[in-house]
Design a protein around this ligand. Structure first.
Ligand code: AMP
Length: 409
């Protein structure tokens, strides 16, 4: 079974075609700057990637180009669209409606639209992706996989904010989390690597990339996570501030004369590593500057690691212990210096990094010392595979249902 995984952004359309039986990626690519004169389409697997300048007025045009690239010319991966069995869509906000992935129908589309209030850019973009697929492949089953659904197991004490309860009732203000597909994937893989059932483990999963989040997963269920109503909360990130004193918001609005949209922009796009270092949101550039003695870069580095360290401490307290800490994404997978800082001083908690293992490169690997009671594991995330797997499971299950007419014949 081949699943086309679609991740639509407001001006982009990212895709992968995955064969579920072989777990092989047959093709992948991205249409970027959709709707602008600079639109282009990158298609292909790593070394064979080609970049095509193309006119794309909207996501419908982008989808047409993707399907053409998949089925014809030098970029061809399949003979015809018949070889796409189903489509899986990444949806950022599933709100209170979705605690798991679902088959897309009109009701699901209406709910994703309703939830756009909580994630305007993301959910509207996902809908453009869904409509484009419906237009070009009207008969294919489609599945929605939500970034938030993994966190619907959070207890009220974790997802409620201590503000007037009526605001929760009126506006659904609560913690929804994000990066759920990534946390779910690395938790499942960690259980396999540890050789123990997921429902017998206490895990802290850390997705540390440009966006950062940490989760406490107790016996297979998410019990807390760092991102909140929006993905701005929690850890310090590339350009996002993460958790700050909420009183800072009205304070800087007043002092700097900023509107709500401007202060939102400041916290989402001008803060984090970029805001503190004044150099970049990219940790590699910040690290280089810190190694040349730039004090603000050093401070940014220290603050980032300290922010992760504090969440590890919190979640150990929340779960009453931890069996393994799992790291993923650009920083978690690649930056040995950041990992060293994060785990420095945690020996009293039974968390000991093995310096030599930490320096080694590789795929999935354990980097804790043999003396460490708590395992530290690196697992490259694979959200696209999870979306394809959910799609396969939901569509496959549906295909087992005997149609009423056939059963009564
Ligand atoms: P992601 O959002 O998962 O693509 O991660 C992006 C972040 O990972 C950026 O801050 C990069 O600087 C960081 N990153 C990627 N590779 C490395 C590396 N080798 N060393 C340090 N940071 C890295």
């Amino acid at each position: 079974m081949n699943v086309l995984v679609i991740n639509a952004g407001s001006s982009s359309l990212k895709y992968q075609l995955i064969n579920l039986e072989t777990k092989k990626i047959l093709a992948k690519g991205i249409c970027e700057r959709v709707g602008t004169a600079e639109a282009f389409h990158k298609h292909g697997l790593d070394q064979n990637e080609v970049v095509i300048d193309a006119e794309m007025h909207d996501h419908d045009d982008a989808m047409a180009l993707v399907l053409e690239a998949l089925t014809s010319g030098p970029t061809k991966a399949i003979d015809s669209l018949d070889q796409i069995d189903a489509i899986g869509h990444r949806i950022v906000q599933g709100g209170w409606y979705f605690d798991s992935s679902v088959l897309i129908d009109d009701d699901v589309i209406a709910k994703i639209d309703e939830l756009a209030e909580l994630a305007p850019l993301h959910n509207k973009a996902a809908l453009m992706g869904i409509h484009a697929c419906k237009k070009h492949m009207p008969d294919k089953p489609m599945v929605a996989v939500f970034d938030t659904s993994f966190f619907q197991t959070l207890p009220p004490k974790a997802y409620m904010y201590p503000i007037p309860y009526e605001l929760y009732e009126k506006h659904h203000i609560r913690k929804y989390g994000a990066h759920g597909t990534s946390h779910r994937y690395i938790a499942e893989r960690a259980a396999v690597i540890l050789g123990e059932p997921l429902d017998e483990l206490k895990l802290i999963t850390c997705h540390l990339g440009n966006g950062c989040s940490a989760s406490a997963i107790d016996h297979g269920m998410a019990v807390d996570t760092s991102m909140g109503l929006t993905p701005l909360d929690g850890l310090m990130m590339g350009t996002r501030c993460g958790a700050i004193d909420p009183a800072i918001v009205p304070f800087i609005m007043e002092k700097e004369g900023l509107s709500p949209a401007e202060v939102n922009d400041l916290m989402n796009k001008k803060s984090g590593l970029l805001g503190i270092s004044g150099i970049s949101n990219d940790l590699r550039s910040v690290r280089e500057a810190s190694e040349h003695g730039d004090e603000r870069a050093m401070l940014a580095y220290d603050m980032y690691s300290n922010s992760v360290k504090k969440y590890i401490g919190q979640y150990i307290a929340v779960m009453g212990g931890v069996d393994a800490i799992v790291l993923t994404a650009g920083v978690g997978e690649n930056c040995e210096k950041m990992r060293r800082l994060i785990f420095a001083g945690l020996q009293p908690l039974g968390i000991i990094l093995d310096e030599a293992k930490n320096r080694q490169r590789g795929f999935e690997r354990e980097i804790s010392s043999d003396k460490s009671r708590v395992k530290i594991i690196i697992i490259p995330t694979n959200e696209e595979y999870m979306i394809a797997r959910d799609t396969y499971e939901i569509v496959h299950e549906r295909s087992q249902i005997v149609p009423v007419s056939a059963a009564s014949a």
